[in-house]
Design a protein around this ligand. Sequence first.
Ligand SMILES: [Zn+2]
Length: 318
Amino acid sequence: MPAGPSIPPSACPACGGALRAWRRVPGSDPAWPQPVTLLRCASCASAVTDAPAPREVHDAGQYATAAPRGAGHAALLLRAFDSHRLALLRAAGAGPPTRLLDVGAGRGRFVAAARAAGHDARGVEPSARGVAAAQAVYGVQLERATIGDVAISPGSLDAVTIWHVLEHLDDPAGALARVVGWLRPGGVALVGVPNVASLQARLGGPVALHLDVPRHRTHFTPQGLRALLRAHGLEPLRTHHVLGEHNPFGLWQSLVSRATPTPSWLFHVLKRNAPLTPRDAVPTALALPLAPLAAATELLAGLCRRGGTIAVSARRVR
Ligand SMILES: [Zn+2]
């Protein structure tokens, strides 16, 4: 993904509303601890990171490792997350076989899962690290390109997944406009993003896990994301708030970050991106038994439509 411009956005990237200063928050990655200012939209309450993204932001810090700790043990869990994402697609009318593109495919795990489920799936991914891992781990050949560079025939896809990608882009509208053009009329998009209007965003405040500044550029509310989709010819079908992939851990970690000097310390340790410091380790260890309570709280939040991340399914109507 391209480095961000140094000029702040003049309007909400989600809905075009006016932006106002909101809050100062510490950098979320030990590689970039400097505080940044968030602006907030007066209309949809989405927020924007008002600081440039370092050029290497998607290849350094927590993104530098090719092999997170415990990845082998998490395989079953990851398979369950992929199955759920496939189920969300099916529920939106995009059951296999479809011509499916995973936009920002990361390590290619979901492309492999979608192929195994019978989709004609491929992926596009800008980072060399992701493309190499996809080949090595899943035997999947991703196309290495950005959304702006990749050549896809207009109207040639039945479905696209844009999973935790839009929040990384300085121009999510421009990217979405391009992706929508690849969908056939009636084609389905499944879009996942963190939810800045979630319970865990409120409880974690400036150290909420999914803020991930300065890497995350736009912090969407469900309202803001749906406005962005509608503006690009996608009619939202459903907004899902109960998602196992990021939400239960996000609530627990956001709460624990209130007590540790390093924000999201355990998360960064798992990504081999933070040292084993006692001042972080002790409160984290004490909080581990509270994980089931955090998961139950997040489930309730999701049922009340305040989930830590959301997935919106939408259909191309024009
Ligand atoms: Zn807005």
